[in-house]
Design a protein around this ligand. Structure first.
Ligand code: ADP
Ligand code: ZN
Length: 705
């Protein structure tokens, strides 16, 4: 079985080997058993049910919550030469009848269907009359009432267990937490299923989190090397989305807005453009993302703080599905903390629920202030242990600076206490710095013992410190009043000197920060890269599919590096199965070989010109000058022309007779054999240029060779 599975992987999908637990999962399902597959985005879940389905007779029914997701998978399969169809509300009655007819004739291997459609009685009884290979329940976390993506229709999928007792079912999700996992098992009746949990690490994503100073400037700096790549910039409000998109456009980026306030028409157009074009930046609220399968999203930037680590992981996870280097970048500041806390506190939710939300926000903030490896901390939150620091996040790379803030924190806490626990950060900083503002004088705060005790520390550091005190919950904000700060019980240990406080120094974003990733295409490869992508775009338009369905970037990149010359070479490239090889191989070969023959023919043209100019009596320097090339190139061309007998030595070079004699003599020093050019060069004491020697060597080789 393994052998057949591997052969399908190779011949149809064009991949060399299985990743992670794919082989084990496939094996398990082929044996007719149920499975629950937990794997991160981009981990390769689809193959886990697609290959078993192909190894078995009958129809594979795939349940998916979104039309966009279904469509994407259906065209991807069709492009691989596999018959797949989706039943959804966008089809006409006639189209639906056609699909039903094909299903009965056994002409369709994969049927994608929305849960509410599947559980209709007519649909179920129709399916009961067909041979079914398996059921795959994609995005299975939609069954969880506690998750963001709850879909009541998913609850009804449990009945498949009874109705199709002997058909294996596999549920798949990229949501990791154990509670959701348990819910999936319960609600979908998967008690017999074996659970496969992959690592949730996304090793190709580089994480960077900075404090928010000048967000626009910071964003531009981050985007410096990202003009030609696709990415998402998340903002909290519609207004910020609009402003940021306009700003990026004014800076020469191809940016589009997306939020729930736009008409569905605009949203659709923008989403389609993001999917089908290259190099578009989507500036969006979190309304954007679910159902976007675009594999080559190269970065996700957050201008505002997500409300939990779950949200952060999910949103940043939209980068780099194709496994190529990608970046997750975020800026955050005190305002984010206040705003998020306020939203929670002022919401209608129950006290219990608010507590959970605040706790989740706290975990998000802790990641921001973290001084250890971000990936270790992020994964630990999802109960996964990463043994070593990753070496691929800002904290691992940049050598985070910390400082002993115990003393400063005590001063800050005292300032809060002495001023009566009712003022915000701005006023407290004024007091600490000893500024005689109107407010200070009005309140008589210049007479307090804490007035001016913090002059040795800058305003910026004080603000950072207050932010960190709030995040560490040593201080709370009065969210219902005027955002005054208050001490919490947690601050006692610090005040008493029982606990030290080691805080992160905010890195001032440097303009010349070392570039982390992205530039996987070298300058000298750009031309062919663009040519290949242009071809891909054209084919995508012709076939009415997104470019990545034709070939992934990773596949194009391999073509670029390996420069296949034949279809046989082409078949060795990852991501090119037999169907795509046949359909697209020749067109891509033509571009690759065309590029090569263009450069070959350009070299030939120069060769002809050099010969012509030499025949016309020009000397080497003149030719080089005229053709704008080095004299080395000219000498090499002349030597070549001499050995091809297209040119005589006399035509090529104008050498004094006695010098030519000496050179000849040196070459002929040894019996029966010409001396080598470097040797003669040395012998003549470097007096004669090597290029000249090569020409003479060619002429002599003609006679003696
Ligand atoms: P998920 O559904 O888990 O987000 P997909 O099934 O879409 O992930 O797979 C992500 C990408 O990885 C796809 O482009 C897929 O073709 C590719 N992929 C999956 N398995 C392999 C493999 N064994 N070798 C190489 N690429 C793979
Ligand atoms: Zn790290």
């Amino acid at each position: 079985m393994q052998k057949q599975a591997l052969s399908i992987l190779k011949s149809i999908f064009g991949y060399d080997s299985f990743r992670g637990q794919q082989a084990a999962i496939i094996d398990h399902i082929v044996r007719g058993k149920d499975a629950l597959v937990l794997m991160p985005t981009g981990g390769g879940k689809s193959i886990c049910f697609q290959i078993p389905a192909m190894l078995k007779d009958g129809l594979a029914v795939v349940i998916s919550p979104l039309i966009a997701l279904m469509q994407d998978q259906v065209i991807t399969l069709n492009e691989l030469g596999i018959k797949a169809a989706a039943l959804n509300s966008s089809l006409s009655a006639q189209q639906q009848r056609d699909i039903a007819r094909d299903l009965m004739a056994g002409k369709i291997k994969f049927l994608y269907v929305a849960p509410e459609r599947l559980v209709q009685e007519r649909m179920l009884s129709f399916l009961q009359h067909l041979p079914i290979a398996l059921f795959a329940i994609d995005e299975a976390h939609c069954v969880s009432q506690w998750g963001h993506d709850f879909r009541p229709e998913y609850l009804q999928l449990g009945q498949l267990a009874k109705l199709f007792g002997d058909v294996p079912r596999v549920a798949l999700t990229a949501t990791a937490d154990t509670r959701t996992q348990q819910e999936i098992v319960d609600k979908l009746q998967l008690h017999q299923a074996k659970t496969f949990v992959a690592s949730f690490d996304r090793p190709n994503i580089f994480y960077r989190i900075q404090s928010k100073e000048q967000p626009r400037k910071q964003l531009l700096n981050f985007l410096i090397d990202k003009k030609e790549v696709a990415g998402i910039v998340y903002c909290m409000s519609r207004k910020r989305v609009e402003e940021t998109a306009a700003f990026l456009c004014s800076q020469g980026y191809n940016a589009l807005p997306y939020h729930a306030g736009l008409s569905s028409e605009i949203r659709n157009t923008n989403q389609q453009r993001f999917i089908n074009e290259e190099g578009i930046i989507m500036v969006a609220t979190i309304a954007f993302g679910m159902g976007i399968d675009k594999p080559n999203v190269r970065f996700v930037a957050h201008l505002d703080l997500p409300k939990s680590l779950e949200a952060y992981y999910q949103e940043t996870g939209r980068a780099g599905r194709d496994g190529l280097p990608s970046e997750a970048w975020m800026v955050y500041g005190l305002q984010d903390v206040l705003l998020n806390q306020q939203l929670i506190v002022q919401s209608e939710a129950s006290e219990q629920h608010k507590k959970v939300e605040l706790y989740k926000l706290q975990a998000m903030l802790a990641l921001c202030e973290e001084t250890r490896c971000r990936r270790q901390v992020l994964l630990a939150y999802f109960d996964e242990v990463l043994a070593e620091p990753c070496g691929y996040c800002d904290n691992c790379r940049d050598n985070v600076q910390t400082w002993d803030a115990t003393e400063a924190a005590r001063k800050a806490l005292s300032a809060i206490y002495r001023t009566g626990q009712r003022y915000g950060v701005g006023h407290l900083v004024d007091v600490l710095l000893g500024r005689g503002t109107d407010k200070v004088r009005e309140l008589g705060h210049q007479y307090l013992s804490v007035f001016g005790i913090g002059k040795q520390i800058t305003e910026k550091t004080w603000r950072t410190l207050f932010r960190q005190l709030i995040i560490r919950n040593l201080v709370t904000i009065d969210l219902e009043g005027f955002s005054g700060l208050r001490l919490t019980d947690n601050c006692r240990a610090v005040l008493r000197g029982e606990e030290k406080l080691q805080l992160r120094v905010d890195q001032i974003p440097k303009l010349d920060k070392p570039r982390t990733v992205i530039h996987h295409v070298r300058e000298d490869e750009k031309k062919l890269w663009e040519a290949l992508r242009t071809l891909r775009r054209r084919l995508a338009e012709e076939h009415n599919v997104p470019p990545y369905v034709i070939f992934h970037d990773a596949t194009i990149l391999e073509m670029l590096r390996l420069k296949p010359r034949t279809l046989g070479d082409m078949a060795m490239i990852n991501g090119i199965g037999s169907h795509k090889l046949e359909n697209y191989g020749p067109a891509f070969l033509e571009v690759i070989n065309g590029e090569q023959s263009v450069s070959d023919s350009r070299a030939r043209d120069i060769q002809y010109e050099i010969i012509a100019l030499a025949r016309a009596g020009m000397v080497v320097e003149q030719i080089a000058h005229k053709l704008n090339c080095t004299s080395r190139v000219v000498y090499r061309a002349l030597a070549e022309a001499i050995s091809q007998q297209q040119l005589s030595l006399e035509q090529a070079l104008d050498l004094p007779e006695d010098l030519l004699d000496r050179i000849r003599h040196s070459f002929l020093e040894e019996e029966y054999k010409l001396a080598s050019v470097p040797k003669v060069y040395k012998q003549l004491g470097g007096e004669v240029e090597e290029g000249v020697l090569y020409c003479v060597h060619s002429a002599l080789a003609d006679i003696f060779g």
